[in-house]
Design a protein around this ligand. Sequence first.
Ligand SMILES: NC(=O)c1ccc[n+]([C@@H]2O[C@H](COP(=O)([O-])OP(=O)(O)OC[C@H]3O[C@@H](n4cnc5c(N)ncnc54)[C@H](OP(=O)(O)O)[C@@H]3O)[C@@H](O)[C@H]2O)c1
Length: 170
Amino acid sequence: MISRETIHIAIIVALDEQNAIGRNGGLLCHLPADLKHFKEITTGHCIVMGRKTYESLPKGALPNRTNIVVTSHSAENYPGCIVVRSIDEAMTYCKEEETVFIIGGGQLYRSSLHLADQLYLTRIHHTFGDADTFFPEISPRQWKLIYSEMHKSDEKNLYDYSFLHYIKRK
Ligand SMILES: NC(=O)c1ccc[n+]([C@@H]2O[C@H](COP(=O)([O-])OP(=O)(O)OC[C@H]3O[C@@H](n4cnc5c(N)ncnc54)[C@H](OP(=O)(O)O)[C@@H]3O)[C@@H](O)[C@H]2O)c1
């Protein structure tokens, strides 16, 4: 069993105003500032992803991170990755880590939100009508916002967005 006494589980996600996170197996939009933010937060750490999220990565495993893919498929399909069958198995692999990052997608977020004690959310201040993958509802009774940083759109980032950091209430 995963013990939250010994390991911090952080979820990192970019979502629109309706909690949408993806469409047609890909992201909703290209937001370079968020990709930079994601890289800064996750570099040097273990990142855990569902099989479909791995398949959406344009260049495969992300550099300078331990990439862990959760799947029932066989390991040879995921070069540069540790392949596990469950979130429990991923956490066992990462047991020496202080913080492990769950990086998506929708199915993996849904089955790990109750285990997480931190959320790094990028709220994209827009609604993408054609999304097909969503993040679960975030209850303010359960989650406390401890940091927020709002950014306006610019020539590279077409939507306003906010970096938000929540911790789970005790
Ligand atoms: N906006 C964001 O921050 C963000 C981040 C990541 C992904 N996304 C988007 O999310 C979408 C993909 O999400 P998705 O929900 O379709 O797929 P997903 O969660 O990435 O992958 C689903 C697959 O992963 C495995 N899996 C997931 N949870 C599992 C669990 N608890 N136990 C065992 N296996 C598990 C299963 O693999 P097998 O079928 O192989 O057994 C399952 O079919 C894409 O559109 C992607 O771009 C968005």
